[in-house]
Write a protein that binds this ligand. Sequence first.
Ligand code: PEP
Ligand code: CO
Length: 447
Amino acid sequence: MTNLDTLFTPGLVAAQQPQWPGGPDGAAVAQAVSELKKLPPLVFAGECDNLKEKVAEAQAGRAFWLQGGDCAETFASATADSIRNRIKTILQMAAVLQYASSLPVIKVGRMAGQFAKPRSNDLETRDGVTLPAYRGDAVNDIEFTEESRQPNPQRLVQVYNTSAATLNLVRAFTQGGFADLRQVHEWNKGFANDPRYGQRYEQMANEIGRALNFMTSAGVDPESFKKVDFYSSHEALILEYEKALTRIDSRTGNAYDVSGHMVWIGERTRQLDGAHLDFASKIHNPIGVKLGPKSTVEDALSMIRVLNPANEPGRLTFITRMGAGLVREKLPALVDAVNKSGAHVLWVCDPMHGNTYEAPSGYKTRRFDDVLDEVRGFFEVHKALGTHPGGIHIELTGDDVTECVGGGEQISEADLANRYETACDPRLNHTQSLELAFLVAEMLRDR
Ligand code: PEP
Ligand code: CO
């Protein structure tokens, strides 16, 4: 049986941690951690194992991974409407991808735990005033005042409570009939028939409708359309939180991070000798690691050695975020070397984080065409190497925000100010997300 008190290696450097009042060993952090340790798990270890089995299927080319949600969830946006719209968007995307690929789609929210952000700068200056940077609702408040920006570890308890409420609604929606495939298809028809998008998506939507009718006429039990598996994921960034929610699974004696089904380690915190990799190596969840354009073959192979020494299927996902301009140049060597090593890895494309730029108005944005082009490059690389383009990782919202430019609605840089609501990076809005799904579906069909 694993001992939680000695599980994690002491004394390692953890990048991107907040300057908690009293320091990481102070009374304020200790109080929050002790509260968290008493709270029940948010997910069951058996669910993490189920997800791992699905990831193993995707690694073998028999499933496709769809992960989406906010860059940074906020406590204020954990409302019924916002949660429902995000789930609806992901379900709509999944239906289209599933039809085109003829593969099961693994549905994963960047949701119910995605409250902490790594930052390039510890400080932010506005009009000559310098304050700690916003690090997500898990750490401080986005409002630019001295008091709001002060890190407060009690927020970690609020992350737990908000995640619990979010996950509760997610489970209700995905098990209670809201996610019925026939209903999801009705929503997609509404999108595909919108004259703004011409006829490009109509044909596929009609085909999906006929496929559903065919299944019903063939006697497939309509009850089987009603429930879907939906998993939660977030970046494992604030180690006090993740460690406090790491528990021993009574069935196996193994440690699981029960704050979410899947967690990933970000581009800025994946130091080989750092505390984040040590953490990830000790938990038994399915895990991900982000790989940016500076990643070397040696980096990727070392990650595999540290995080999955037994080469367990389903355990490890590489989420690549190269940028549209670099994906065709940088990705092939990594995929080729990992493939030749025989390691089981799921390759997922994050076409968001390598494509961010600042519009002249100062808004951080992304071009829809760059996002699409990175996914296209990702598919090209895998096709050339004979490997499986295993999935996509998208920052999105179900609302009609104006944060990314382009798409069928032709959002311009001047439009960004209309409805720019993200607490961190720009997200695809509802229709941009669906459009991306239809376009990726074409790639999947043609692969
Ligand atoms: C993110 O996923 O929001 C993020 C910060 O990504 P990365 O670690 O790839 O920069
Ligand atoms: Co982001």
